[in-house]
Write a protein that binds this ligand. Sequence first.
Ligand code: NAD
Length: 481
Amino acid sequence: MPTLTEKATIKTLTTHYIDGAFIESHGREVMDIIKPTNGQMIARVTLADEQDARRAIAAAKRAFGSFGRTTKEERAKILRRLHEVVSAHIDDLTAAMVEEYGGTIGFSRILMEGAANVFLSAEKALQELPLTRSWGKTTVTLEPVGVAGLITPWNANSFFLSAKLASAVAAGCTTVIKPSELSPLQTRVWLECLDEAELPNGLCNVVAGRGDVVGAELVRNPDVAKISFTGSVGVGQTIMRDGAATMKRVTLELGGKSPNILLDDADLDKAIPTALAIAFMNSGQACVAGTRLLVPKTRFDEVKRAILAAMHAFPAGDPADPKTAVGPMVTQKQYERVQSYIRKGIEEGAQLLVGGEGHPKGLEEGYFVKPTVFVNVTNDMTIAREEIFGPVLCVITYGSDDDAIEIANDTIYGLHAYVSGTDLQRARRVASHLLVGRVAVNGMLDDQQAPFGGFKHSGVGREFGTFGIEAFLEPRAILES
Ligand code: NAD
């Protein structure tokens, strides 16, 4: 079992998971993990270095020799086993996300249930995906691409670990995982699940280290065929550029500035609480957060009143309290970043309807920010263009439906969008003009079989369902005379 020793309340982690075992880190750098609700140190973690990463890659390469040849049924069995072990630890995974990251307990639980279900979703997709197609004397088989490097961010670490691993395993790839360095406790709980699953040695190796050390090694190492990355646009660009030298296949899930269009026939009693939930989900630290609320000019006053009336349901507070809707930001740095955007919004002439700078009253200790809504925002303001990654909603008015579509598409991003309206045909028409990977109509919706990913700067490629598995496959055609 892992080295997880408790010293007072400070945990110490010194191992990585390589070739089916927890082994001591070769890397010596130690990082303090700070609890976002009170700024106290809760863990000290020894980070992996390039040598740890290379050891993990070698293990994955050895394991690929046999795992790359497994049948659908063998992979399906592993996916079902992973579902079982992750399902059995949803409480532990949720508790770790609340403690280490400050995720609200309600949201964290939903996400961890998703982290368990994603293995069954991948199994279903695998069963539906033909891995062999033939016509005449030509046969095409979809082959696993090889060793896959999976890199995750801190805002939903264990969910992304599960989602990426599920698609990679379904495809027959072995993996080296680099979780966010800010999520070691969550990763450890997840890893204990994996250890229980008794996977083939080397199928799943986990090395927790810095992005520019371990992540960079995965990107440049010729024995890694594919990188599946979720994170910021800047790092995504680095991966695409540096991966070119070894012709990496890449899936990049990057940022967003998602529009939420309220059509003029929307039922505000439903649409406004939903819009706030979409904006403040995961305390605003969500790539799919609907952070630009586009409202018809004719209903602007009504919308403002509806927002003010609904805000009581979105209190900031202790993430372990089920009534809390907005927890702290993950780090002091992220807190400062959100504050700087709120200041920028005020400087550029947007008007605060709710919230503003500083800590919410009574929450001065941790990295809490006030859930904030700006009105009189124009789409050229910095707060409407850049991803804030905090609970800050921009309300922008529009004239016609076409005007709304134009504003929605006037962004470098294209990850997600939302449309609300009573006339479904009209909502569908608007949805079909949005340059994004996913549009949710009348709600905050998910479907683990539907492709997920971005147009434009929001990324390259898709995850989930058959689309996600195909991202780890290469077609090989055999032509006979
Ligand atoms: P980040 O880009 O800073 O880091 C993401 C991961 O990349 C981390 O594990 C980090 O260590 C690693 N990394 C850093 N430098 C690297 C390098 N040179 N080579 C390889 N790996 C490297 O992102 P973050 O701050 O952890 O997360 C927030 C960002 O993630 C936001 O921009 C958000 O929109 C994005 N995000 C996107 C999605 C999506 O599915 N599209 C989901 C969640 C978050």
